[in-house]
Design a protein around this ligand. Structure first.
Ligand code: NAP
Length: 329
C-alpha cells in the first residue's frame, strides 16, 4: 500500500488561536504541520523551561512564546497539552483559570484513563475536554525532533467523554485529519489495553533485553555492539525512547500493562518449554504465524517492506521524512 499524500494547505484555518503546552517531539510536530498546512491563525507556545522555549523560537515554531501557560491559553480556541502524562494534573490546574469559554482542551498522552482522571476535575464546565492520542512517534525528544509529516497516515485515537459536544468533536477531528491522521474513536480503558500490547509492552521488552545484554558477563559489550545487526539493534531504537515519558506510561497504565506482562510471561514460558523439548513444529508454526502479522502491518501501510526499515544512513531519524522513520511509539 502506498503512503497517502500529505493533506493540502487549508484555505481557512480550523482554529483562530492554537495553544501548545509542551513543545517536544509531539508539540513541535503539531506546530510544524499547523504552520505548513494553515491549520491555525496563531500558534501560541508554552514550555516549562526557558531553554526549550528559546529553541522553539529559534526554530520559528510559533507566533508567540511564554513560560506562563496563562499567556498561551488566553483567547485560544484550542489548547493541546503535550507534556508527559504524569504532568497532566498540574498542567490542567495551571491552564484552567485562563481558558476561554467554549475552547477545546485536548492532549496527546499515550495513556487515556489516567489523563482523564487527572485533568477533568480541574477543567471548567464551559470548555470541551476531548482527550486524544496520535499513535505516531520516534525515539527522539525535544523541539528539534519534530517534523511536519509525523502524523501522515498514522492513527489518531479520540476518547471522548459521555456528552461531548458534537461540533467540538468534529472540529478536533478535522484538525487531526488535516494533520494527515486517520481518525478512530475508542473508550478510554479499551484504548489503554490496546496500547498496552501494541506499544507499551514492546517498549518494556526492548528496555529489558537491552538491559540484559548490558549485564551479561560472558559476552563483552564490544561484542554486543559488533554483532548487533543480528537483531539486537532493532530493540535499541525502542530502548532509546525518552525515560520520563516511558516511566510515566508505566506508572499510569499499570493495570493494563501488568495484565499484558503476565500474558507475555506465560507465552515466553511456553516458548522456553518448546525449545527445551525440541518441539520444532511448535516453534515453526509460531514463527510462520508471526511472519504473517508483519505482512499484515505492511499491507496496512504502517511499515515499509525494507530490510533496514527504511532508515537512511546518515539521516537524523528525528528529521526523517521516510515512512518508517516514524516508527510508532
Ligand atoms: P518530549 O519531546 O520529551 O517533550 C516534553 C514536553 O513536555 C517539553 O516541552 C517539556 O518541557 C514538557 N514537560 C516535561 N516535563 C514536564 C512537567 N513535569 N511539567 C510540565 N511540562 C513538562 O515529549 P513528547 O515525546 O513530545 O511527548 C509528549 C506527550 O506525547 C507525552 O504525553 C507522550 O505520552 C505523548 N506521545 C509521545 C509519543 C512519542 O513517541 N514520543 C507518541 C505519541 C504520544 P521542557 O523541555 O520545557 O521541560
Amino acid at each position: 500500500m502506498t503512503q497517502r499524500p500529505n493533506t493540502p494547505v487549508l484555505d481557512t484555518p480550523v482554529f483562530n488561536k492554537l495553544a501548545l503546552i509542551g513543545i517536544g517531539l509531539i508539540g513541535s510536530s503539531i506546530a510544524r504541520v499547523t504552520r505548513a498546512r494553515n491549520l491555525a491563525g496563531h500558534i501560541a507556545i508554552s514550555s516549562r523551561r526557558a531553554e526549550t522555549l528559546q529553541r522553539a523560537e529559534e526554530l520559528q515554531l510559533g507566533d508567540s512564546y511564554s513560560q506562563e501557560v496563562a499567556d498561551a491559553v488566553k483567547d485560544a480556541d484550542c489548547v493541546i497539552v503535550c507534556v508527559p502524562v504524569g504532568a497532566s494534573e498540574e498542567t490542567a490546574k495551571a491552564i484552567a483559570p485562563h481558558l476561554k469559554p467554549g475552547a477545546i482542551v485536548s492532549d496527546v498522552g499515550s495513556v487515556k484513563r489516567s489523563v482523564i482522571d487527572q485533568m477533568q476535575p480541574h477543567l471548567p464546565s464551559n470548555v470541551h475536554f476531548i482527550p486524544a492520542h496520535p499513535v505516531a512517534g520516534t525515539e527522539k525528544s525535544g523541539p528539534d525532533a519534530g517534523f511536519e509529516t509525523l502524523f501522515d497516515n498514522r492513527w489518531c485515537i479520540l476518547t471522548p467523554l459521555p456528552g461531548t459536544d458534537a461540533d467540538a468533536l468534529d472540529r478536533l477531528s478535522r484538525f487531526w485529519t488535516a494533520c494527515g491522521a486517520n481518525m478512530e474513536t475508542m473508550e478510554p480503558d479499551h484504548h489503554d489495553l490496546v496500547l498496552a500490547i501494541t506499544s507499551h509492552l514492546p517498549h518494556l521488552i526492548a528496555y529489558n533485553i537491552v538491559g540484559t545484554a548490558n549485564d551479561l558477563e560472558t559476552v563483552t559489550e564490544s561484542e554486543v555492539m559488533k554483532y548487533s545487526a543480528g537483531g539486537f539493534r532493532d530493540f535499541t531504537r525502542l530502548a532509546a525512547s525518552d525515560p520520563t515519558m516511558w516511566r510515566d506510561v508505566c506508572l499510569h497504565n499499570k493495570d493494563a500493562l501488568l495484565e499484558m506482562l503476565a500474558r507475555f510471561s506465560e507465552d515466553l514460558s511456553a516458548l522456553q518449554r518448546a525449545i527445551r523439548w525440541s518441539k520444532g513444529d511448535e516453534l515453526f508454526d509460531l514463527f510462520t504465524h508471526t511472519r504473517g502479522i508483519r505482512s499484515a502491518i505492511i499491507d496496512a501501510g504502517q511499515e515499509v517492506d525494507l530490510p533496514d526499515f527504511g532508515r537512511q544512513a546518515g539521516l537524523n531519524s528525528g528529521q526523517q521524512k521516510s515512512d518508517s522513520g516514524k516508527a510508532s511509539e
